[in-house]
Design a protein around this ligand. Structure first.
Ligand SMILES: [Mg+2]
Length: 363
């Protein structure tokens, strides 16, 4: 079936609460770029990507000006072929970064279209392992006062989650330790607990922090330092004594290969909305599997659950804090610490474009 129309839209959406981490500072909005692809029979697929602070409008322009002309009148089923052509078309300005965000939105729309056409949930089409996926609340809470941090934790557990993550990377390590201790004391020993430094530390500081956090049974320490310091990651994991998670700032398969082959990561964390889409996400998951590593996720949980449900080496789905569920017909719910991938055709995400309209921004 040939592609007849590609609709690209851009929205700037206020966050339900102001968020903060160690690198992106205070966040009040996020940019959402949506892509709707229609084939000659009228079948439609939806894809989307997102950014915070910068780049979303440029991403929408890149799709509209440089990718859409490559898709029109092409076979919508030949996704790998289209992916390769678009990748190499953008290679000189791409090899990851913004280009991977743009390609992701398009690739997700193509896979959604394909799965909806054959009336299969995406997770079954992609392999079909287990629709029930462990989930955790990804707090974006570095500057939150401690009483509010504890309240947020209680609210997340009340939703049916049994795993939580909080931000670290305050000015003094002793502040981080006090906050981690307070949360562990609140949740007890049976709740899985992760921390996320958003790349802020030096390698030496990260090792020191990891050793202190080990006292609180931390499931993983996420992004302790600059993602380009692959040997630094390997050293932190080796000397810190805590498993490392990373991947949200890796935007292509090769970046993951470098980190994984250097033994710099235990929990591999691709984001289908920013790594180039479903096509490379699955390759990253298989690469992790070949190293006997688990794959987790970052961001866009309504899409990522479809992929984690497809593969045998899945672990925790991050429930991301940007509040996209305000615009979804059937947001995920949680039961005994698990989320379940919906059995609707495609990825099963239906965005409320009428509600989004108020946040439309010109491309
Ligand atoms: Mg993170």
């Amino acid at each position: 079936m040939t592609i007849k129309n590609v609709q690209v839209d851009h929205f700037m959406i206020p966050l339900p609460t102001v968020l903060s981490d160690s690198t992106h500072g205070i966040m009040t909005h996020f940019g959402l770029v949506t892509v709707r692809i229609t084939d000659e029979d009228g079948n439609e697929g939806l894809g989307y990507t997102y950014t915070v602070n910068a780049g979303s409008r440029a991403c929408a322009v890149l799709i509209e000006e440089d990718i859409v002309p490559m898709l029109l009148n092409k076979d919508a089923d030949c996704i790998e072929n289209l992916w390769q052509k678009v990748w190499w078309h953008l290679h000189f300005v791409g090899r990851g970064g913004l280009a991977s965000f743009a390609i992701a939105a398009v690739d997700v729309a193509l896979w959604d279209l394909k799965a909806r056409k054959v009336k299969s949930p995406l997770w079954k089409l992609m392999g079909g392992n287990n629709p029930r996926v462990k989930a955790y609340a990804g707090g974006i809470d570095l500057q939150m006062p401690i009483d509010q941090l504890l309240q947020q934790t209680e609210d997340n557990l009340a939703k049916g989650l049994k795993a939580i993550k909080m931000k670290v990377g305050r000015e003094k390590l002793s502040e981080d330790v006090d906050r981690v201790r307070a949360v562990r004391e609140l949740i007890g020993d049976d709740i899985t607990f992760m921390v996320d430094a958003n790349m802020v530390w030096s390698v030496d500081h990260a090792i020191q922090a990891a050793r202190k956090f080990a006292d609180f049974n931390i499931h993983w320490l996420e992004e302790p330092t600059n993602p380009d310091d692959i040997t630094g990651y390997a050293r932190i994991q080796r000397e810190g004594g805590v498993a490392i998670a990373a991947g949200e700032n890796f935007h292509n398969l090769e970046e993951f290969r470098h980190l994984i082959s250097a033994e710099g990561v235990t929990f591999v964390e691709p984001d289908v909305g920013t790594c180039g889409g479903v096509t490379p996400w699955l390759k990253i998951a298989r690469l992790a599997e070949s190293y006997n590593l688990k794959v987790t996720s970052h961001g866009v949980h309504d899409l990522n659950i479809q992929l984690l449900a497809a593969v045998p080496n899945a672990t925790y789905l991050e429930i991301h804090g940007f509040g996209l569920e305000r615009f979804l017909k059937d947001p995920l719910t949680f039961d005994d610490g698990f989320a379940t991938a919906p059995n609707r055709p495609g990825h099963g995400v239906e965005l409320d474009f009428e509600r989004l309209e108020q946040y439309r921004t010109k491309i």
